[in-house]
Design a protein around this ligand. Structure first.
Ligand code: FPP
Length: 240
């Protein structure tokens, strides 16, 4: 599709590093989990905004492979927040026909969380009006390492000729090979890093950084980010 001045472009896939929950809570003298709970509200708001703006895929960095070393009470608080989200918001996924997917080393999640996750993924698998992808126990290098291991196993089994390995076959061994690459990455809270998020998939994405802390990032802030994406495409889209 070509972009032109009167044709604002909406990204098909938005990826978000939801950063700043801890600082948001600390500023209010409250425990970090209070910030994560407010962050879950932002996720709900942004998911609705995706539907309103016509964004088909939303991937959020909900828990990284590095997050396991956080204090045990914060990790268990995040896990129970995730379970609550899966239980409380499932109806909204059904109402809006949003498919839930997950990416990451899901085998590392506590059984009760993984079972709930798998249940909602199965219950929403036929929906296509929107796609919510939770990155859980996710690391970009871990994902690439897992893909390399799977490819090496096929080579050893004589199912794959090493000479045929190319970008396409590597991408086919990532966790969610059928999901299109993100067009737009948003990171909140003023940090200017990728933090091991979707290293392969973000190769051509536009990046957007904002000082706003994630719990304060709601519909208006999301609309502002999309407007910036559209501006970049109006300027450069024709030459992309
Ligand atoms: C980063 O903020 C955020 C996380 C590590 C977790 C993100 C989780 C949520 C937004 C909870 C909702 C998710 C679901 C799926 C229900 P931080 O703690 O690193 O903040 P800081 O940098 O200010 O300390």
């Amino acid at each position: 599709m070509s972009a032109s001045a009167d044709q604002p472009k909406v990204p098909r896939h938005v990826a978000v590093i939801m950063d700043g929950n801890g600082r948001w809570a600390e500023k209010r003298g409250r425990p970090r989990l209070f910030g994560h709970r407010a962050g879950a509200e932002s996720l709900r708001a942004v998911l609705r905004a995706c539907r309103d703006h016509g964004v088909e895929y939303l991937t959020v960095y909900a828990f990284s492979t590095e997050n396991w070393v956080r204090p045990a009470d914060e990790v268990s608080g995040l896990m129970s927040l995730l379970k609550t989200f899966l239980k409380k918001d499932e109806h909204e996924l059904h109402e809006n026909q949003v498919r839930l997917l997950a990416t990451g080393r899901l085998q590392d999640l506590p059984d009760s969380v993984r079972e709930e996750l798998e249940r909602v993924i199965a219950a929403t698998r036929d929906y296509r009006k929107g796609n919510l992808i939770l990155a859980l126990s996710y690391g970009g290098r871990a994902e690439i390492a897992d893909a390399v291991r799977a490819i090496a196993a096929k080579v050893r089994a004589g199912q794959l000729d090493p000479e045929t390995i190319d970008e396409k076959s590597i991408a086919a061994h990532l966790y969610l090979p059928d999901v299109p690459d993100p067009d737009f990455l948003i990171r909140t809270s003023g940090e200017l890093r990728l933090s091991n998020f979707l290293l392969w998939q973000l190769s051509y994405a536009e990046f957007y950084f904002t000082e706003t802390l994630w719990p304060d990032f709601r519909e208006a802030e999301f609309a502002e980010a999309l407007a910036e994406y559209a501006r970049r495409h109006r300027r450069y889209g024709a030459h992309a």
